[in-house]
Every structure is written in C-alpha cells, then in structure tokens.
Design a protein around this ligand. Structure first.
Ligand SMILES: [Zn+2]
Length: 228
C-alpha cells in the first residue's frame, strides 16, 4: 500500500482517504483520482490559517492551508514533509476537510478555524467529526528555538508542548499534540489511538524536509466523498 489508512475514517461509507508515503507522488495521486472518477484539488500552501470552502475545482490553486467541501467527487489534497496533515469528516452532514499544519499554521490555530468554518457554513456539530492525523515530525526530532516557543506562549498554548533540548534556547516541540489540543478545544471527540503517529523524520518510507532538504519532495494526503 502506498498510503496509510486511518481505522476510524475507513469505517465511514462512501469516503476515500489516505496519507501517502514517499512512493506515492503527484503522478500517482492524479492516477488514483482518475481511476475513481474524483477531481483533485490542491492548494498553493503558504503556512497560513487560511481555510477555503470549495464546491468545484478552482481554476487556480487557492492560496491557503485547509480545504473544506461537502461536494462528492472532489478529492481534497494537502502536501507535507514534516508538517502535520489532518483529515476531518463530519459523518452526519457529510462534510470533509484536509489541513496542512506546520508550526506557523498550528500557532495560528488553523485546525480550530477549519472546524469553525465547517460549523458556520454547514452547521457541523464538532461532536460528529472524525479526525485523523498523518505522519509528521515527532517531538524527539523537532528542535525549535526560543522564538518559536515564545510565539506559542503568546498565542496561549501551554508550555508543556516544549521540552528543553539540553542546549540553551533550544526545545523539542510536539506538533501533533499542539493540534490535538485544538481538536479537543473545538469540541472534536478524541478518537481511538491513531497508530499513524509515525515520525516521518525517523522513517525512511516518508519524506522529511529537515532530513533530506529537498524543496520539492512532498507526501500527499487526501480525502473525498463519493456520491452514495
Ligand atoms: Zn523522528
């Protein structure tokens, strides 16, 4: 399998999703979509808190870091290589979202803003959301500076997301935990243990920008609805 599947999302009918490994490139993604008669929607990702609600394939890639739709036949895609990919599904109203959360987007609370967009536009009850997190850089590998820690503290994140790294002004940051916190404060119920929380920096099956320094190698995470 060229992509990982989340157990909770895999139980939802007429839904397709996955977190691609590094052997699932953009060509593979396009072929995957074509075979299933899905139309992929990609973003021009800018490490922002900008959420796009879409009902068709936009003529140009929207600038932003989260996509939301309730339209069957669209495949929402985010690209990562250390950042956290998140896939959300409102089971009751059948609304899906894909989020790219690096530290900047996380600090700007892109996850909470995506849930808010689903509420405002579609009437989503956060209690109906199933959320899955894909592989991202793990806390043992993600060293950040005092500047990053200060930005999070001033945005009212708890300091225990940062563990001193043993060198002055350096901390290990738990990116996945910072986003899990946002899901909880948005009212999204905790799922079963994800089992996907592989560190892409440690695992050679995944791309890692910090490890490989490639400006173009990214992994593709995707979610889309089929017509029932
Ligand atoms: Zn690691």
């Amino acid at each position: 399998m060229h992509y990982l599947i989340d157990e909770s999302l895999s139980r939802v009918p007429d839904l397709v999703h996955g977190f691609g490994r590094k052997d699932f490139n953009e060509y593979d993604l396009q072929a995957f979509a074509r075979e299933r008669n899905l139309r992929p929607v990609l973003l021009d990702q800018i490490h922002s808190d900008v959420v796009h609600i879409i009902d068709d394939v936009p003529p140009v890639r929207p600038r932003g870091d989260a996509l939301v739709t309730n339209v069957p036949g669209l495949l929402l895609v985010v690209k990562t290589a250390d950042c956290l990919p998140l896939l959300l599904m409102d089971e009751r109203l059948r609304v899906v979202a894909a989020i790219h959360a690096g530290w900047r987007g996380t600090r700007s609370r892109i996850v909470q803003k995506t849930v808010r967009a689903m509420k405002t536009r579609f009437g989503t009850n956060p209690a109906d959301i199933v959320a899955a997190a894909g592989p991202c850089i793990g806390p043992a590998c993600y060293e950040v500076g005092e500047d990053v820690r200060r930005e999070f503290l001033s945005a009212e994140f708890p300091d225990d997301l940062f563990v001193p790294a043993g060198r002055p002004g350096k901390y290990f940051f738990d990116l996945e935990a910072a986003n899990a916190l946002q899901l909880r404060s948005a009212g999204v119920p905790p799922g079963p243990p994800a089992g996907l929380s592989a560190c892409n920096h440690c695992d050679p099956d995944f791309h890692s920008y910090r490890r490989d320094h490639s400006p173009s190698d990214r992994m593709f995470s995707f979610i889309g609805l089929f017509s029932p």
